[in-house]
Design a protein around this ligand. Structure first.
Ligand code: NAG
Length: 359
């Protein structure tokens, strides 16, 4: 039972939350049928599934980090869709709007799209390094469920909650990451529940069929209006309930906050997937390899604030940021299109970003 204080908070915030949820539906209404044309190309060897790549980013918060994330999407052939561009508010407002925006997007899709795939990632600290084909191919290994990035820290739930304590153990071998992990201040503040092998949810990267995402986001939306948690706390509960799957091996998503050392940039000699015709393997492209699990993650998530230095360190080291590969990625960057969900228009990377300002 919520205590009196929580109840008060609930009734105080309810009108605000209701207002919040009424906003995006208005924005999306106009464009209801146009998402058909927004999907990223898919490969013919898989069941025909369209991929909707969602990036929640508001204009006020967008900058060099957003431009880098967007660039990683475009050079690999995605057709990203920007949610919440015109929204304004503090980070907790934007956090809630991130959920509302995805949910409204799902509801705006015409019926019959149930098997298409929606992939949402945070718009400023995630870089992609493989094309949509590889993402879909690997996602297919999980069936049609919702799959979320794995985190080594149980956050923001309390350490003694079932959502922290009683989620499954990781199937990754016990010594895969070594034993160098130590509980930092953030970890201590939350009762010290940190595992060397990720076993909790990270809500910055998520993928699922339209059908499975609708079901998860419906409940997420309802619970987010009642709880003080961010979406990540609720995802940990969903994980505990067996409603979502975790990408334990970082084959799809790698959140590197507590294990950046596991990342090694190496020159890949062979394609990681037979359907990948996008990464120029014949030129030995430098790719991020996860030495703990032996995977090349599709998405690299720099999810610790203090690791933004790491983004700066790694910028320029992956193939799609290197001058020797420029003729390949520049052409894709120039050709790529980005869609605004709020008014259905299309723009190009260079309309909002400038390569010479990314260092
Ligand atoms: C769509 O939104 C973008 C960003 O807010 C704006 O620059 C553009 O002019 C809008 N286009 C139309 C047709 O409303």
């Amino acid at each position: 039972m919520p205590n009196l204080h929580n109840r008060k908070l609930y009734w105080l915030t309810l009108p605000l939350v209701l207002l919040l949820f009424s906003l995006p539906s208005a924005w999306y209404h106009r464009d209801r049928l146009r998402y058909n044309y927004f999907a990223s190309p898919t490969t013919s060897t898989l069941p025909t599934r369209r991929l909707f790549h969602l990036l929640p980013a508001n204009k006020a918060g967008a900058g060099a980090f957003f431009c880098k994330a967007l660039m990683s999407s475009l050079v690999h052939g995605y057709s990203p869709i920007i949610l919440n561009w015109e929204a304004q508010g503090d980070s907790s407002y934007m956090q809630r709007l991130k959920v509302a925006g995805v949910y409204e997007f799902l509801n705006s899709l015409p019926s019959g799209n149930d098997d298409d795939v929606v992939f949402m990632m945070d718009a400023w600290d995630v870089w992609l390094q493989f094309p949509p084909q590889t993402l879909l191919e690997r996602y297919a290994e999980y069936g049609s469920d919702v799959v979320i990035g794995a985190d080594m820290l149980c956050w923001p739930n309390e350490a003694d909650e079932p959502a922290c304590r009683d989620v499954p153990e990781s199937p990754v071998p016990e010594n895969a990451y070594g034993d160098s992990l130590s509980c930092d201040a953030e970890c201590m503040a939350h009762g010290g529940l940190l595992s060397t092998r990720p076993r909790w949810a990270n809500s910055g990267t998520i993928i699922g069929t339209v059908k499975s995402m609708k079901s998860v986001y419906k409940d997420l939306t309802e619970q987010l209006s009642e709880w003080a948690y961010t979406d990540q706390g609720i995802f940990n509960e969903f994980l505990h309930q067996g409603r979502i799957k975790l990408d334990y091996y970082s084959r799809l998503f790698w959140a590197n906050a507590h294990n950046a050392d596991a990342g090694v940039i190496i020159n890949a000699r062979y394609p990681v997937s037979t359907t990948d015709t996008v990464v120029p393997y014949h030129l030995l492209p430098p790719l991020l390899y996860h030495s703990g699990t032996g995977e090349y993650p599709v998405a690299i998530h720099f999810n610790a604030r203090f690791h933004k230095n790491l983004m700066n360190d790694w910028w320029g080291r992956l193939w799609w940021t290197q001058p020797e590969f420029r003729s390949i990625w520049q052409e894709r960057l120039d050709r790529g299109t980005v869609h605004f969900a709020h008014n259905g228009t299309t723009f190009q990377w260079k309309d909002f970003c400038d390569l010479s300002e990314l260092a």
